[in-house]
Design a protein around this ligand. Sequence first.
Ligand code: FDP
Length: 334
Amino acid sequence: MVPPSLTLDQFLCTHKPASSADAWSLRHLFASIGLAGKRLAQDLRRAGLLNILGTTGETNVQGEAVKKLDQIANDTFVESFQQSKVVCALGSEEMEKPLLMPEHWPNGPYVVLIDPLDGSSNTDVNMPLGSIFSIMTCRRKDQPPSGDDLVRKGTEQIAAGYLCYGPSTMLVLTIGQGVVGFTLEPETGDYLLSHKSIRIPTRGKVYAANEGNYLKWTSGMKQYIDRLKVRDKTAGRPYSGRYSGCMVADIHRLLLNGGVYLYPGEIDKPEGKLRLLYEANPLAMVVEQAGGAASTGTMRIMDVEAKMLHQRVPLIIGSVEDVQEAEACIQGRA
Ligand code: FDP
C-alpha cells in the first residue's frame, strides 16, 4: 500500500504562491494540467497498441514533422484548459498563433505557454517524454488578453513546471516557493507528493548535450565539453555523458543528482534550437527555484527580452558551478 501523502490539491490548499495569484483559481489551473497529464500518460502507455505512432504528414511552425502524439498532446491540453475556464490565453509549440479565450477573462486570469510533448523523437521508440508549462497572469486587469500577454520575460512567471512520462509519471512544479515533485499513483489517479523540497547539488558529474553537433559549436563550447572529459580526480572528472533526446528527462535527472544540460548556440545558428517562452523559461524557473542556474552562455535566461512567441535561445542549465564554468569557457574567460 502507498503510504499517505499530500495530494496535489491538498498541497495547493496549504501552500500559498509567492505571487499575489488567487489560490482558488491556481488550484483549478493545476487540476487541469494534472488531468491533461493523466490523459496523455494513458495514451503514451498504450501508444504501441493504438494507431497513434508516426507522423501526421503535416509540418509545424518550426518546420518539423508533426508526430501524431504531438497533435494529441496539444489537443489534450487545449481541451483541459478550455474546460477549466481559468486560462484566458494559451501559446503552444504546436500552434503558430496564440489561442485567446477572452470569454474566460477576468475570472480566468491565467496566461499559459506549453510545450505539450517534449522529446518528440522518443515517441516511436518507447523512451521518456515530457510536457512543459509556464504560467503568468494577464498583464492588465482592465483589458481582455491579447497575444502580447504571452510574450514576456521569464521573471514574470508566477509558476512553472513539467510532467515527465517515464517508468512513472511525475509532475514537478514551482509556485515561487521552492520545487516539489508529485508522482502519479496509477491505481487512484492521484498525484501524491513524493519529493517535498527538491534542491539541485551545486556541482554534478553528468553532462547532457547532443555531441553530434560538436563541429557546429563555437571554440568555447568545444573547450568546455573537452574539459569535462579530462581526468582530474580532485575536480571529479571525467564527467559521464547522459543524453536521452528528451530535455525534460535529462533536466529531471540533473535536478535530482546535479550536472548540466547544454543546447548551445552554433556558429551558423547562434540563437540555438530551443524555445524561450515554453521550454527555456519554465525550466529555468524550476531549476533556479531548486538552487540552480540557467544561462544563454552570456546572460540569465529569465532576463532575456521576449520578442516573439516562438523565439529560440541557447540554453545552459543545471548546477550553479557547472553553469558558471560553461559560461566562462563560452565567453573566453577560462
Ligand atoms: P524535440 O525537438 O525532439 O522535441 O526541442 C526539444 C528537444 O526535443 C529536447 O527535448 C531535446 O533535448 C532536443 O530537442 C533534441 O534535439 P536534438 O535531436 O537536436 O538533439
